[in-house]
Design a protein around this ligand. Structure first.
Ligand code: ADP
Length: 256
């Protein structure tokens, strides 16, 4: 896992982050090959969301390296001012982020929500963005709801629009932060099914989730965090069925 190869789409080395004097990430190393799914598991407060947000620089790490695709940023030696901001913007553009709750624009249609990023932030031609958005809406099973407004959709449908919106930016990697935890239980399955389809299509993704069945079926690697460190890493059958640490065993007993 710590060995970096040219095929690794995601490369993280020595990542640290504190909030005030509270260290939350204490030296994270991880790699993920192109087209693979990584699931982050661990108790509440172990640093999963902070790690995921650091990959998209929604949180700025204190030190360490984050590389995605052909962009790599060393946070300990980031230049001051505009040059540093440009590096961060390039890294951020490598990943799309799906939030716990969708954050859709309530006054815009589904289609307009999906094309907002490509047209406004990426300055892509509108007709191209619309054509792309229609393909993505088809992929998330919402081709017939393009003209609906968010309030007319179920929570699961809204979250699927959130996924289409992240993909519309054509990122290298998709990051999911507990994508089903804000949903009513009966809506969880349809969102997980969409994420599983994306994995099968070869998207590279990192998913923070407590859905163990999903992890078992979809993950190529499961990373178990505790206290800001990765304490277990491996294929799901190893980490979920035969964890080496007592901490992971305890956690899995509680949620299985
Ligand atoms: P997890 O996703 O594993 O539950 P988080 O990454 O959300 O863990 O949080 C790890 C720790 O960092 C927690 O103790 C949390 O309270 C703290 N934390 C997270 N975000 C902030 C923030 N913006 N300011 C201060 N503390 C934070």
């Amino acid at each position: 896992m710590t060995e970096t190869t040219a095929a690794d789409e995601i490369r993280v080395r020595g990542l640290t982050k504190s909030f005030g004097d509270h260290p939350v990430l204490r030296g994270i190393d991880l790699t993920a090959a192109r087209g693979t799914s990584t699931v982050l598991l661990g108790p509440s407060g172990s640093g999963k969301t902070t790690l995921l947000r650091s990959l998209n620089v929604l949180e700025r790490p204190d030190a360490g390296v984050v590389g995605i695709g052909d962009v790599e940023v060393d946070f300990a030696s980031l230049p001051e001012g505009k040059a540093g901001q440009r590096e961060i913007a390039r890294l951020r553009a490598q990943s799309g982020f799906v939030f716990q709750s969708h954050n859709l624009f309530p006054h815009k249609s589904v289609l307009d929500n999906v094309i907002e990023g490509p047209v406004v932030a990426q300055k892509r031609p509108k007709d191209e963005a619309v054509a792309d958005a229609r393909v993505l809406l088809e992929q998330v099973g919402l081709a017939d709801r393009a003209d609906a407004y968010p309030f007319q959709l179920s929570g699961g449908q809204q979250q699927r629009v959130g996924i289409a919106r992240a993909l519309a930016l054509r990122p290298e990697v998709v990051l999911f932060d507990e994508p089903t935890s804000a949903l009513d239980p009966e809506l969880v399955g349809e969102v997980l099914a969409v994420i599983r389809d994306l994995a099968e299509q070869g998207w590279t993704m990192v998913v923070v989730t407590h859905e163990i069945h999903f992890a078992r079926k979809v993950a190529d690697q499961v990373l178990f965090l505790d206290g800001g460190r990765i304490v277990e890493a491996g294929p799901p059958e190893q980490v979920l069925e035969a964890p080496r640490t007592e901490r992971a065993r305890q956690f899995l007993r509680r949620i299985l």
